[in-house]
Write a protein that binds this ligand. Structure first.
Ligand code: ATP
Length: 326
């Protein structure tokens, strides 16, 4: 196996707090082990357009506490085509980069898997997404910070909900994954969470109503995962207004505030451990794996497993919420 001398790092897809801590960790760990580092700007888009900078240790100074990503991020349609990936490969060859660390979500790692297979190119992925929707890892980088942001916002909404005796549907991110909604609901003492994992199985709002939803309460908070699967908070509110006009219903869509901000201690530590582990993995000859964390231990997860749809959902969380919201 050829020794890796020069690695490239990129961030791709939605930004997540802790991506900078991960960039810092990969850079410093790589330099520590004698590699050269190239920072690739704007994800796969920058790989295609050759926007690449040489990184040294001070390139990543003073960023561990910053949200977003200093490498910028982008979505690239071109990388989804064989022609685009060929241009990306040509860039890597020209720049003398012999391994890549890709920090991103499900889509970014899907692209990494495809590229690694097509060009037999060594890639290690880091799970960088607030959605916590990657399999094989207990947590993704950015999830904890986003959860804390949701908690702070919902605590504030609660003041209005209880003063005006209102029912609030609060929409959070997560796409096909309900972790932000369910754990956000547990952390804020919300009444319920409506999540995609259960949307095909049952009418979650109908069930809440039939179980005597809100009977004993003056105000209620329900967290709803965004997207077509649940229908989103607006659709919930419309249905309530039509079927139960006696309720004073409001909607709050938290939106992009969930993605920003300084990463929590937990995300900084997770990103630092995972970033250093990515370099270890490459040095150990690991290829085409995502770094995960399970029971506080670093694990290597093949891309095909990491990007598998339908991350197993922890039913205990729903039971806990149900019991505590009586
Ligand atoms: P987040 O979960 O935060 O949205 P993500 O990584 O899932 O992040 P996507 O927009 O889905 O974000 O993907 C980022 C980029 O990865 C895409 O713009 C594209 O360049 C690449 N990508 C995604 N899916 C594929 C695919 N099937 N083949 C090749 N490249 C892909």
């Amino acid at each position: 196996m050829a020794t890796i001398r020069r690695i490239g790092i990129l961030t791709s897809g939605g930004d997540a707090p802790g991506m900078n801590a991960a960039i810092r960790a990969v850079t410093r760990a790589a330099i520590f082990s004698g590699m050269e580092v190239k920072g690739i700007m704007r994800g796969y888009k920058g790989l295609i357009s050759d926007e690449i900078e040489t990184f040294n240790s001070s390139s990543v100074s003073n960023i561990i506490q910053q949200g977003g990503t200093i490498l910028k991020t982008a979505r690239s349609k071109e990388f989804m085509t064989p022609e685009g990936r060929q241009i990306a490969y040509d860039t890597l060859v020209r720049e003398g980069i012999d391994a890549l660390v890709v920090i991103g979500g499900d889509g970014s790692l899907t692209g990494a898997k495809l590229f690694a297979q097509e060009y037999n190119f060594p890639i290690v992925g880091l799970p960088g997404t607030i959605d916590n929707d990657l399999s094989g890892t207990d947590m993704t980088i950015g999830y904890d910070t986003a959860l804390n942001t949701i908690m702070e916002a919902v605590d504030k909404i609660r003041d209005t909900a209880s003063s005006h005796e209102r029912l609030f549907f609060i929409e959070v991110m997560g796409r096909e994954c309900g972790y932000l909604a369910i754990n956000g609901a547990i952390a804020t003492g919300a009444e319920a969470a409506i999540i995609p994992e259960m949307a095909y199985e049952k009418d979650q709002l109908g069930e809440l109503i039939s179980q005597g939803f809100r009977k004993s309460k003056n105000s209620s908070l329900v967290l709803v995962t965004e997207g077509d699967i649940t229908g989103g908070a607006m659709a919930m509110a419309e249905r309530m207004k039509n079927e139960y006009p006696q309720y004073d219903v409001r909607v709050s869509i938290l939106g992009h505030v969930q993605r920003g901000g300084s990463p929590s201690a937990s995300d900084r530590i997770l990103a630092s451990r995972m970033g250093a582990a990515a370099v270890d993995a490459l040095n150990e000859g690991q290829r085409n794996v995502m770094i995960g964390i399970e029971n506080d231990k670093i694990v290597y997860v093949p891309f095909s497993k990491a990007i598998k749809k339908n991350k197993p959902f922890n039913d205990d969380l729903m039971n806990t919420l149900r019991i505590l919201s009586i």
